[in-house]
Write a protein that binds this ligand. Structure first.
Ligand SMILES: [Zn+2]
Length: 487
């Protein structure tokens, strides 16, 4: 593969290197898929594509470590759900009705959405793989989109001790993962805390294949400290294990995660409304647990890491204030800074996936995954005074101007690059029109299969009665029309 060299000229460059070097008015040169140089006034090859980055921020591609891409086919459907409705819907109702082509449709749309938002690496936490054909469809979609994708294989219709030990799974792994095009492979399953620890068989498969496990841990009402204890006592809390949410765990469990080289994938927008527990960064920080960020699922929430950074920084600070006020104290200095959440969205994700030597920072030798945030038409993009703060609180996905993955331009001037730009067939799939048509067919299929009444009920959960406080004041005492008290 050889793409034309690309140079970003004159941007404010957040290198996210070990010293967090920030370079105003600097260039980033990508040659043969890798960062070749970073600095002001670089001399570049004659055939390099020049991207004017002036007035913009250049940063490493963002990394989402937990996203159920298949559910993108039902974007926004679960807006008013709690976890309770989610479990009913996905485990008992619609999840079963996803055919391989529906997995393909959701993955295709979600994968395109990711690169459009500057998320150059995404873990597809794919727990709708009911058959190897579903898994093939998931990989077909991921391989057709010019981003980096880690397939986290799961199947919520079976116990992990069943699907992970099946011949079909083994065969799939041999066919599609060994020597395949994906950026990585994980096993995705949860540990219920059953003292018999039936998940052990799946952990053994992961160990044998030499791949990491990603697991929803510390989810209120679903997984808890018992799962962590069983993993620990059986020797399965290994470096590279990703604990998703980890929002309702004890200090002891956090110590175990930190001591065994694991990390936590925090999905703040999810934790805030689904109810897994309070977004845990305020606790993780104090236990020295490494953090990455994720968006979980677009069946409820947004799918870009600007949202993740913003909500995570806000939730962490919110908790610090709340804890302090409970002690009649005032927070005068924030512990969590914007720089740290940008780090979690880039370097943090790369480290969680064991890809830090290749991704997560703009330094020579690393893969050329680069994002330019620039929008000259937006009043919110000027002035740029606090670069990290600007990324977290001012910018948004619509400001993602150019995205480069492995040296290939996949978005330019605010628009996804189509299949025509491909020089080697690798860029064949960033085709939004195809994705829309396939997702529309999936929505029709689910709606038809479930019936209109169930479809409507599914997205409109019962509204509980709210209890009103007794108000000792009477509105009749005050005449809003004349703005006068009546007595
Ligand atoms: Zn999840």
């Amino acid at each position: 593969m050889s793409e034309r060299p690309v140079v970003f000229r004159g941007g404010l460059v957040l290198t996210m290197d070990d010293s967090r070097t920030v370079l105003p008015g600097a260039d980033v040169l990508v040659v043969d898929g890798r960062i070749a140089a970073v600095g002001p006034g670089l001399s570049v090859p004659d055939d390099a594509e020049v991207i004017d980055a002036s007035g913009g921020i250049v940063m490493p591609g963002m990394i989402d470590t937990h996203r159920h891409l298949w559910q993108t086919a039902m974007r926004g459907y679960g807006t008013d759900w709690t976890l309770t409705q989610y479990f009913v819907w996905y485990y008992l109702e619609s999840g079963k009705h996803f055919r391989p082509e529906d997995i393909y449709a959701g993955n295709l749309l979600g994968a395109i959405e990711a690169i459009d938002a500057g998320v150059t690496t995404t873990v597809d936490w794919s727990h709708g793989l009911q058959t190897p054909q579903h898994a093939d469809a998931a990989v077909d979609a991921l391989e057709s989109v010019p981003g980096r994708f880690v397939l986290a294989y799961g199947n919520l219709q079976q116990g992990p001790w069943e699907w992970a030990t099946s011949d079909g799974f083994r065969d799939f792994h041999r066919r599609r993962i060994d020597g395949g095009k994906l950026a990585g492979f994980q096993l995705a399953f949860d540990v219920t805390g059953d003292p018999a620890f039936p998940e052990k068989a799946a952990f053994e498969v992961a160990r044998e294949l030499g791949v990491a496990v990603t697991t929803h841990a510390g989810v209120w009402g679903a997984t808890n400290d018992e799962g962590i204890r069983l993993m620990y006592e059986n020797g399965f809390m290994t470096p590279g294990t990703v604990y998703v949410h980890a929002a309702t765990l004890s200090s002891d469990s956090y110590h175990r995660i930190a001591a065994t080289g694991g990390s936590v994938s925090v999905s703040t927008e999810s934790e805030q409304s689904a109810g897994q527990g309070y977004p845990p960064t305020w606790a993780l920080r104090r236990h020295g647990v490494p953090v990455s960020l994720s968006m979980d699922t677009s069946v409820w929430w947004s799918g870009d890491l600007f949202s993740a950074m913003r909500t995570t920084l806000s939730a962490d600070r919110s908790r610090e204030h709340l804890e302090a006020h409970g002690k009649q104290e005032t927070v005068t200095h924030h512990h969590l800074r914007a720089e740290q959440v940008v780090e979690w969205a880039t370097r943090g994700g790369a480290k969680a996936l064991g890809l830090y030597a290749e991704l997560g920072a703009l330094t020579p030798g690393r893969r050329g995954d680069v994002v330019l945030i620039k929008n000259d038409a937006s009043p919110a993009m000027f002035p740029i005074l606090h670069p990290y703060g600007h990324v977290v609180f001012q910018a948004q996905r619509g400001d993602v101007h150019t995205v480069v993955v492995g040296g290939a331009v996949v978005k330019r001037d605010g628009r996804l690059v189509g299949a025509a730009a491909s020089s080697d067939g690798r860029l064949a799939g960033a085709d939004l029109r195809t994705a829309r048509a396939k997702v529309a067919a999936t929505v029709d299929h689910l709606r038809e299969t479930l019936g209109e009444e169930a479809w409507q009920r599914g997205q409109n959960p019962d509204l509980p009665q709210a209890e009103l406080f007794d108000n000792p004041y009477q509105y009749t005492d005050y005449d809003a029309g004349t703005a006068e008290w009546k007595h």
